[in-house]
Design a protein around this ligand. Structure first.
Ligand code: OOG
Ligand code: MG
Length: 261
């Protein structure tokens, strides 16, 4: 696929995000043979376009790192994308649903690194030794595809459905936390919708950061210090509607919540 086609598909998907309209995934329509590599090239072009529009990268995110997510979306491998400054919503705030097409929420553990992390060969222990803080988060995902229906190359091209992010205000150093053993509860309007554990994320959420470093190393890039990194949903993602009160509680990391209006 030439650069013109990559750019055309990036325009198409970025346009769908801006217009808040769902579209047919490329692999079912415009690009039946779309490869994972091409998916990342389209994602990179969308990121260049966002930067050119004045948006700033907040940090990298890993996706499809738990069995719950992989089974729900019918895919088999972790992927990465990027969150941006305009996606951030405050803990306790009211979020306007008009920003989204068909939003879903998922509980995540976030990391902030002390120093840049350069793969390959990064291990969980190296990640933990280099972790400044961990924090609880709700990711609001909003696939631009009809019914969240996609293949791995499609979802990579769509910047891994990135759309919103609510970060908790509790930040902790990782030393006294057993990040794999902790539990997470997602409630909507007080009703429990999903339960997960840290171990659901590739055995330990720090493994997701290691995986990210090792994937980025293939492109000669590193995981930057100081940026919030999302490690991927610990449970399946849950659809939300206007008027919902969404809360995630994670053992040792407190609560993060918002209202969808
Ligand atoms: C893709 C986004 C994946 C996660 O945490 O697994 C993701 C999707 O499910 O639409 O952010
Ligand atoms: Mg996620």
């Amino acid at each position: 696929m030439g650069t013109d086609r990559i750019k055309a598909l990036a325009d198409f998907l970025h346009g769908a995000e801006k217009k808040r309209t769902e579209v047919l995934r490329p692999s079912a329509d415009q690009a039946p043979d779309l490869t994972l590599e091409e998916g990342y090239l389209i994602q990179e072009e969308i990121i260049r376009q966002k930067l050119a529009e004045g948006h700033k990268i907040l940090g990298p995110k890993m996706g499809l790192t738990s069995d719950a997510k992989m089974k729900q979306m019918n895919v088999t491998d972790p992927i990465y994308g990027y969150t941006f400054d305009y996606m951030v919503e405050n803990h306790g705030s009211t979020v306007m649903i008009d920003r989204f097409i068909h939003p879903k929420v998922e509980p995540e553990i976030g990391f902030i690194l002390k120093q840049d992390l350069q793969g390959p060969g990064i291990t969980r222990a190296q990640v933990l030794a280099n972790t400044a803080f961990v924090f609880p988060a709700i990711e609001i995902i909003d696939s631009r595809y009809e019914n969240f229906n996609f293949t791995l190359p499609d979802v990579v091209a769509d910047n891994t459905s990135a759309a919103g992010l609510v970060m908790g205000t509790t930040i902790k150093t990782p030393e006294n936390l057993e990040l794999d053993a902790l539990g997470a509860v997602l409630t909507i309007n007080g009703e429990v919708k999903a339960l997960g554990t840290g171990a659901a994320v590739l055995g330990h959420p720090a493994n997701a950061v290691a995986r990210l470093a090792n994937m980025l190393a293939l492109k000669g890039e590193k995981v930057p210090a100081g940026q919030p990194i999302l490690t991927g949903g610990m449970t399946e993602a849950v659809r939300i509607e206007r008027g919902d009160f969404v809360s995630v509680k994670i053992d040792g990391l407190g609560e993060v919540s918002f209202i969808m209006a």
